[in-house]
Write a protein that binds this ligand. Structure first.
Ligand SMILES: [Zn+2]
Length: 245
């Protein structure tokens, strides 16, 4: 199985830019209204564990929060790799650098271009790691924060966001055309424009290359679905539809 974890992917943008590879066979929104705040680390931790972990993850220390493998759906797989996954295997230094430049931008000590350059550099690094891992593990989960990170400073700038969605669409196309394994695309929350900036919304995104038959699922609902795929009784005789859309 392959999980493409795309932070802050927004259904409205996926449709606006006609990202067919991101939409796959079945797609929709998730409902995260049960959470008081749409926090990235909390949402990914809840996705991994199948439990709402909001109360257990303090804001101050959230970026250092880590789940153990046995608390997550990774335990269902004989072998897995989790690349840069929040609450599990986050590349702390890369994300600390992004947060530092984000703060510096608002303190007038860095330009948006400085921040964007680091976000894109980290994205390219994860892409390389991800494609090297594909086909070598029962589960490959790759995390990419491009849409969220660029979106925070530029969601209201269509030209820039089109570049981001084009890139993620290409990424999804490259993955789906290289495998006939189950491919789940998932985001933690959506985004909306606030002037030139972007803020989190209460709906995430998901898509699958097999019939999952979900309707506005909660982000915690995927834990059991992924477990089902791992043991081969996914809902159930539904085989993934491979190839580029
Ligand atoms: Zn996020």
């Amino acid at each position: 199985m392959i999980i493409l974890a795309l932070d802050g992917l927004e259904l409205g943008m996926v449709r606006k830019f006609r990202c067919r590879n991101l939409m796959q066979l079945e797609h929709g929104q998730t409902d995260i209204s049960e959470f008081k705040l749409p926090r990235t680390v909390v949402l990914w931790a809840s996705f991994l564990s199948g439990r709402n972990l909001e109360e257990e993850i303090p804001v101050e220390t959230q970026w250092g929060f880590r789940l153990r493998p046995e608390e997550t759906f990774f335990r269902f797989f004989g072998s897995y790799v989790a690349l840069d996954v929040p609450a599990f295997s986050l590349k702390d230094a890369n994300h600390a650098e992004e947060r530092r430049l984000l703060k510096a931008y608002f303190d007038d000590e860095a330009e948006v271009e400085d921040y964007d350059a680091v976000v894109w550099r980290n994205h390219e690094e994860n892409k390389k790691d991800f494609f090297e891992a594909l086909g070598r593990f029962d589960l490959v989960m790759g995390y990419f924060d491009l849409a969220d990170a660029i979106g925070h400073l530029s969601f209201g700038i269509p030209r820039k966001m089109e570049t981001v969605y084009d890139e993620l669409e290409r990424l999804a196309g490259e993955v789906s055309s290289s495998t006939d394994d189950h491919l789940l695309v998932i985001s933690d929350h959506g985004m909306k424009a606030v002037g030139r900036y972007g803020d989190h919304t209460r709906n995430g995104f998901y898509s699958a290359n097999w019939r999952v038959g979900l309707s506005l699922p909660r982000i915690t609902d995927f834990h059991d679905l992924i477990g089902g795929v791992a043991v081969g009784d996914e809902s159930s005789q539904n085989k993934p539809r491979s190839g580029r859309a």
